[in-house]
Design a binder for this molecule. Structure first.
Ligand SMILES: [Fe+2]
Length: 312
């Protein structure tokens, strides 16, 4: 197996990660191999298919006028509302014909270097389970609804599809510099929680917002959070919240702008200049920021989710 410093230029081989690179400690279940792929997509019960349908219907009440145009077009193109959890083989055939991507089942969150390797090969890893009725409103572990409903529609957009593959390739470089946390912050504030400027106003493209019921209104219309134009150098230095609504959302002009700010630039100098930890708090507004909305932070100042504070 190649090591990170001897990367296969075609990204066909999965590299090993040396112990001095920071990665989340995850224990690989015995039934999956080094690629963490499940042997097959699981068979969902009728009840589980109904959970998908109910989640889908709830989001469709919320998202027109809030989700970005490319996401809503992707939902249509892939017909993700045809009923029940989508079958990955058929979904991959349809998506593959559009942008060359496929969707592959994984048991849980997978290690960064394996995730990057799949993205670099245009494979999107999706959770091989769905939340229960008890966790219908909120689940921290990404399930098939988050992964497929939230992420896959945008993979029908050629520019975004290209960006995601390049992001996977960029992961190798971040590992070489031991700056995975910085690259993770970029992913968090774009692919998971990003906003985009469209002609009719701000819209959502982040899967973490699109796949849940609470954050779509808060992110776009709430007085509490900051909304700031994306600056990659700044975002890669910024801490984030994994278990509550975000104190700050970052806004891109277009997917071409996101591609330009990241792929079209050499990250070596940036990685060399980054500290290992984060510099800015997740609610910080700093002098270089192009601020669209200066948030009150009222929701988080009241204690956020744990306090029962209403998102405003
Ligand atoms: Fe996600």
């Amino acid at each position: 197996m190649a090591t990170i410093s001897q990367i296969d230029p075609d990204f066909t081989a999965l590299p090993a990660v040396s112990q001095d690179v920071f990665t989340a400690p995850l224990k690989r279940p015995p039934h999956v191999g080094e690629d963490w792929l499940e042997p097959a997509q699981r068979d969902y019960s009728a009840d589980e298919d109904t959970i998908w349908d109910d989640l889908f219907a709830r989001q469709l009440d919320l998202l027109p006028g809030r989700a970005c145009t490319a996401f809503l077009a992707g939902l249509d193109k892939l017909d993700l509302g045809r009923g029940g959890v989508p079958e990955f083989g058929r979904l991959s055939d349809e998506l593959g014909a559009m942008t060359g991507w496929s969707v592959v089942p994984v048991p849980m969150l997978i290690p960064d270097h394996v995730f990057f390797w799949h993205l670099a090969n245009r494979r999107f890893p999706a959770g091989n389970f769905i939340r229960t009725r008890e966790t219908f409103d909120y689940i921290q572990e990404p399930d098939v609804f988050h992964d497929v409903f939230g992420h896959v529609p945008l993979l029908t957009d050629p520019v975004f599809a290209e960006y995601m593959q390049e992001y996977g390739k960029a992961g190798w470089k971040a590992m070489r510099y031991n700056r995975l946390k910085a690259l993770g912050a970029l992913y968090w504030y774009t692919v998971e929680f990003g906003l985009i400027q469209e002609t009719d106003g701000l819209r959502i493209f982040g899967a973490g917002i699109l796949s849940g019921p609470r954050e779509a209104v808060f992110a776009l219309e709430g007085q509490s959070p900051n909304r700031i134009m994306l600056n990659v150098d700044r975002v890669m230095r910024t801490d984030y919240v994994i278990d509550d609504l975000q104190p700050t959302y970052f806004v891109i002009e277009s997917f071409a702008d996101l591609y330009h700010q990241t792929v079209d630039r050499d990250f070596d100098r940036l990685y060399r200049s980054l500290d290992p930890g984060f510099t800015y708090a997740n609610s910080a507004v700093i002098d270089v920021d192009d601020v669209l909305h200066l948030g009150t932070q009222e929701y988080h100042l009241r204690g956020g989710r744990g306090s029962g504070a209403t998102p405003t």
